[in-house]
Design a protein around this ligand. Structure first.
Ligand SMILES: Nc1ncnc2c1ncn2[C@@H]1O[C@H](COP(=O)(O)OP(=O)(O)O)[C@@H](O)[C@H]1O
Ligand SMILES: [Mg+2]
Length: 256
C-alpha cells in the first residue's frame, strides 16, 4: 500500500454519484488518487481524490472540459505518470509500487495505447508500424509479421499493409494505430481522444470498430473523449471537472 503525502492542503471536495466502492472484480481500481503539477506559478491540482473502478471487459469513456484532468488520469492509471497520493491497482497489482522496469514491461505486455495524433512512423508501412512493438519486445520477424497482418485484418486494413501513413486517410491511420495497440493482445486499451482528429463519420466508424473489438475480444477499453456522441457508446461515462470525478452515467450494463 502506498501513500505519498506531499504536504499541501488539498481542499476537501465531495465526490458525488460515483460507485466509489472498489470491487475485487475490477481490472482497474484507483483510490483517492492525487496528482499535482508543480510549475513556475501555483501548483496545478490535476487530480484530486479520484476514486474509480473499471470492470474487466467494460468499455468506459471519460468526459469533461479541456484541462479538467482527463489525460492526466489516463496517464496515471496506465502508470505513465507518478502519483503523489492514493493507490492504483491494475489487474490486481499496485502499479506505482512496481519497480520501473516491471511497470514498463507490464505496460508493454498488458496495455495498448491509441492517441489522437496517431504517432505512426512516417517512413514505415502500416504493417511495419504495427509489428514494431513486437520486434522491440523480442518477438521473431516472421511471427511479428504474421501477427501484425492479423491485427490489420482485424481493423479492416489487410489491403493497406504496404502503404505508408501519408498514403492513408485519417480514419485509416487511426485504424493502423488501433491495430498496433492490439497486436500484443492487451488486457486494457487506453484511448486519449482517439477520434479527436476525425470528422464525425470517421469518428463514428472508429468508435464502432472499438465497440466491436471490445465485444469480440472481451478487452477493457478506457477512452477519453469530449464528444458526447462518442461518449455515450460506452457501457459507462465518467464525468470529470477540475480534477474531480463529478459523477457517472451508465448507458448499458456490461454484458447486455
Ligand atoms: N506536464 C504538465 N505540467 C504542468 N501542468 C500540467 C502538465 N500536464 C497537464 N497539466 C495541467 O493539468 C491540468 C489537467 O491537464 P490534462 O490532464 O491535460 O487535461 P485534459 O486532458 O482534460 O484536457 C491542466 O490544468 C493542465 O494545464
Ligand atoms: Mg487531454
Amino acid at each position: 500500500m502506498s501513500n505519498r503525502p506531499i504536504g499541501i492542503d488539498i481542499e476537501a471536495a465531495p465526490q458525488k454519484g460515483v460507485a466509489a466502492e472498489v470491487s475485487g472484480q475490477a481490472i482497474i481500481a484507483a483510490r483517492d488518487v492525487h496528482k499535482t503539477y508543480a510549475g513556475a506559478g501555483e501548483p496545478v491540482h490535476a487530480l484530486r481524490r479520484v476514486t474509480l473502478s473499471v470492470a474487466r471487459g467494460e468499455m468506459v469513456t471519460i468526459m469533461g472540459p479541456s484541462g479538467c484532468g482527463k489525460t492526466t488520469l489516463l496517464n496515471c492509471l496506465s502508470g505513465l505518470e507518478t502519483i503523489e497520493r492514493g493507490e492504483i491497482f491494475v489487474e490486481g497489482r499496485s502499479i506505482h509500487d512496481m519497480p520501473d522496469n516491471e511497470r514498463t514491461d507490464h505496460r508493454a505486455r498488458r496495455m495498448g495505447f491509441v492517441f489522437q495524433f496517431y504517432n505512426l512512423l512516417p517512413v514505415l508501412s502500416s504493417v511495419e508500424n504495427v509489428e514494431l512493438p513486437l520486434l522491440l519486445g523480442g518477438v521473431g520477424q516472421r511471427e511479428s509479421r504474421e501477427r501484425a497482418m492479423a491485427a490489420l485484418e482485424n481493423v479492416g486494413l489487410a489491403d493497406w499493409a504496404a502503404h505508408r501513413p501519408a498514403q492513408l486517410s485519417g480514419g485509416q491511420r487511426q485504424r493502423v494505430t488501433i491495430a498496433r495497440a492490439l497486436v500484443n493482445d492487451p488486457a486494457i486499451v487506453w484511448g486519449d481522444e482517439p477520434t479527436g482528429d476525425l470528422d464525425s463519420t470517421n469518428a463514428n466508424q472508429i468508435m464502432e470498430l472499438l465497440e466491436d473489438l471490445n465485444q469480440r475480444n472481451q478487452q477493457t477499453f478506457v477512452i477519453v473523449t469530449h464528444d458526447e456522441n462518442i461518449g455515450r457508446r460506452a457501457n459507462r461515462t465518467i464525468h470529470m471537472r477540475d480534477g474531480l470525478i463529478e459523477g457517472e452515467t451508465v448507458h448499458r450494463e456490461l454484458g447486455s
